[in-house]
Design a protein around this ligand. Structure first.
Ligand code: NAI
Length: 492
């Protein structure tokens, strides 16, 4: 069952709003970056007139982001960017806002834990359709995306309208989300039938997108390269205070959180295999080591492989450690990293999960087709897959990102860094649009001075006392006293 008012909100239960509000209040205390931006921009209201369509895990931390955007003057509509990642109490609190469950006055939100793919794409469509005073619909003028699904919907919708049709469905079994893409096409066909010029009207009104994660940024660069990108984009992921913090320290916290809540299997003394040693893989490997596990990493990039080795991890190929590892975690953002064949040869009761953005890192469709395999639900988002020889593996969140499916994602403090970048990026694109400083239709990063600002906003809370350069010292190393302190190519 749901609580819903069509077009206005759809959540699991508004009765959860009070519980959500308490968690939001505590999260605000842990999110000094967002609270500082609220204070800084309270008078200027830089997002007044912005209509932001947000597609990002509807968690307690995201609730603080949403209420920061509205505090800066924006109107917002929100959906989650994953079928399992919504915290229903946070969604309820956002829907209720400062009203009561009987008279909600909050932000339109369409998100609940455990959506079907059809429901997920319906929700994504909902954030694009803003009711107007005269009973019509208009589009957003900004997108805040995590993984690029909202941005993709606009691009595909416009292409379909130009072609006058939605391209044919793909056959099941290809690795590129074929089943999910067919759901997207169904949504587009329905839209095309109802309103054949919807995206033609909406797309030109979009001033830009700010993108949260590695996978979404990858999609944006592809669109820019082929000349298909429709509006300016800010790559929030590659702010240093995002990817070097959220992807690494966030995962270091939320990966073991997800595994513990799902399984209660001890990590200490066990063998953990981590595919990928990028930012997320580094956090994952460190988390396992911190629990006393012996960690084996796989990489395709010789630099990252060497880093892993220097950090003290064994580097090997998955096929060589299938019978050895107790945990298999993918962090690559690539597809087909764990195949069905791999899974049939894993150690009995191995725990298998993914924390990369999409579920195609683990071949779940292939697993379901293994002859004689059976699937037992241990509890939601935890499934035992048993092979005919009696051995079984435990798959978390059906191969979707387990830190948000089995736990509540990254903690507030690290998300304050990510979301301060998001907020600043929204202000940058929205306030500069139409001025000589407007961002061009390309993919941009925030200037380093703003990256350093985000870090500064988080120092006091940790009792950090920064050393100040003397003018002579600043001169000697060739940087301004007030920063930025590093050249663009510096890697931290
Ligand atoms: P990254 O690019 O820094 O790291 C990915 C690494 O995987 C690279 O070093 C690459 O060489 C390696 N790799 C690629 N294919 C491989 C293969 N077949 N076998 C072994 N290694 C392979 O990217 P980052 O920032 O670590 O992100 C990884 C994924 O995690 C992305 O999908 C991103 O969107 C997602 N992400 C998830 C979060 C969460 O909360 N669950 C948080 C942040 C990012």
């Amino acid at each position: 069952s749901f609580d819903e008012v069509p077009g206005q909100y759809k959540v699991r239960s508004l009765a959860l709003a009070e519980a959500g509000r308490h968690q939001i209040r505590l999260a605000e205390h842990e999110m000094p970056g967002l609270m500082a931006l609220r204070a800084e921009y309270a008078d200027a209201q830089p997002l007044r007139g912005a209509r932001i369509a947000g597609s990002l895990h509807m968690t307690v931390q995201t609730a603080v982001l949403i209420e920061t955007l509205t505090a800066l003057g924006a109107e917002v509509r929100w959906a989650s960017c994953n079928i399992f990642s919504t915290q229903d109490e946070a969604a309820a609190a956002i829907a209720v806002g400062n009203g009561t469950p009987e008279a909600p006055a909050g932000v339109p939100v369409f998100a609940w834990k455990g959506e079907s793919l059809e429901e997920y794409w319906d929700c994504t469509e909902q954030i694009m359709l803003w009711p107007t005073a005269d009973g019509g619909l208009e589009g957003p003028n900004m997108i805040l995306d995590d993984g690029g699904d909202a941005t993709m919907l606009v691009h595909l919708g416009l292409a379909a309208e130009k072609a006058g049709a939605v391209e044919a469905d793909t056959a099941d079994g290809d690795t590129d989300h074929s089943e999910e893409m067919n759901v997207v096409r169904a949504v587009l066909r329905r839209g095309l039938a109802a309103d054949p010029t919807r995206w033609t009207r909406i797309a030109p009104g979009i001033l830009g997108v700010t993108e949260e994660t590695t996978t979404g940024v990858h999609r944006l660069y592809q669109l820019a390269e082929t000349g298909e990108l429709l509006f300016p984009a800010i790559n929030v992921n590659d702010s240093v205070t995002k990817s070097k913090f959220d992807n690494k320290y966030g995962i270091r916290h939320s990966l073991p959180d997800g595994i513990n809540r799902a399984t209660d299997v001890l990590m200490g003394g066990k063998v953990a295999f981590v595919a990928g040693y990028g930012d997320v893989g580094k956090g994952a490997a460190e988390a396992f080591r911190g629990q006393g596990a012996r960690v084996i990493v796989s990489e395709v990039d010789p630099i990252c492989a060497l880093q892993a080795a220097m950090d003290g991890f064994q580097v090997a190929r998955i096929e060589d450690v299938l019978g050895e590892a107790d945990f298999f975690i993918t962090t690559t953002g690539n597809f087909g990293v764990i195949t069905a064949d791999h899974m049939t040869r894993m150690k009995n009761k191995a725990v298998v999960g993914n924390i990369g953005h999409f579920d195609n890192e683990i071949d779940m469709a292939g697993l379901a087709k293994v002859p004689g395999v059976t699937r037992t639900e241990i509890k939601p988002q935890v499934h035992e897959w048993t092979f005919p020889d009696g051995r079984s593996i435990i798959v978390l969140s059906e191969g979707r990102l387990l830190n948000l499916g089995n736990a509540t994602g990254h903690p507030s403090f690290v998300m304050s860094n990510s979301f301060a970048n998001q907020t600043i990026a929204q202000v940058e694109i929205f306030t500069k649009a139409g001025t000589p400083d407007a961002y061009a239709t390309d993919v941009h990063r925030l200037p380093k001075v703003l990256d350093e600002k985000v870090a500064r906003l988080h120092l006091d809370a940790l009792g950090v006392r920064l050393t100040e350069l003397s003018p002579a010292q600043a001169d000697y190393i060739g940087v301004p006293v007030e920063g930025p302190y590093k050249p663009e190519h510096y890697r931290y």
